[in-house]
Design a protein around this ligand. Sequence first.
Ligand SMILES: [Mn+2]
Length: 343
Amino acid sequence: MSADHKKSQSPLLRFFSRFPRGGKLLIVTHDHPDPDSISSAAALSEIASNLARAKTTIAYGGVIGRAENAYMVKHLDLKLKPIDRIDLSGYDRIAMVDTQPQAGNNALPSGVIADLVIDHHPLIKATRKAVCADIRTEYGALASVMTEYLFKLDIKVSTGLATALLYGIKSETQDLGRGAYPVDIECYLKLFPLANKRALSKIVNSRVPRDYFHYLKRAIQHSQVAGNAVITRLPEVPNPDIISEFADLMLRLEGAAWAFCSGYYKGAVYLSVRTTNVRKNAGSLMSHIVRPRGTGGGHCLMAGGKVDSPSLGLPQLHKLQGQLENKFLALIHKDHHSRSPLT
Ligand SMILES: [Mn+2]
């Protein structure tokens, strides 16, 4: 173990050295959790039980919408609870994974100060208030950070947890091709022999409800090409996951360097940006797009955002989505007048 690694490991060990043995730990993921945050939470739960005999609960806001994610949770029997069914006062400590205080994408009330924050998104000011913070932007997936911890601490990784973490890294980095670092590849290879490959295949090829094709058809019909960008504007969606999923899909268009997708869900416009342009930063681009009313951020090649806009009528929704699209196109220096339908 290098000196560097010892140093970076310290926030988590420091946290558990002060943890009341047998105490209760609440682990909060980001809203509409993805495999990276779900598997990271499951890993932290395993670490907590090993280091401190902690009893843990994993809590999330929003919904687990994407078929692959829902199937992963069900098939691997991962225990997650909606945060609105949780009494926060019943816990000795609160941890956050794959998100940070006041990031705008988690359901922890802003007055509650997290005791431990583990994330791989850029540091947010409010995180400095947390007792222990471990922020590592040089990891493509948080699941890699957690995998490293498990191996360094010599904790036995079950087949289910290995499969979850493997899928966390795989999906977050698009099979190690998007924003992955050597450490992500290293962790992926370590997990691979331990994971259930048949279960992994079932997760990757999850069945989707009939509804899904309806939204897919709509997404294709409502996509436009502006130079090397694809813009997809959806009205109401069944869950926010579908927006990032379709952004990924549209980036597959030959010659496209950008995909921007928006849709309305429970009183907010959700946004997703994907790019292949490594010289730009999708995360900071997104925080500019949603400014000043919304929240958003992400990584170099992928980002998400949200603008709260309760009870919008369809014409107002179109207007707002159009404004956000124009902001996006202006930021990537594309003329917003020259758009043509995708199909
Ligand atoms: Mn992540």
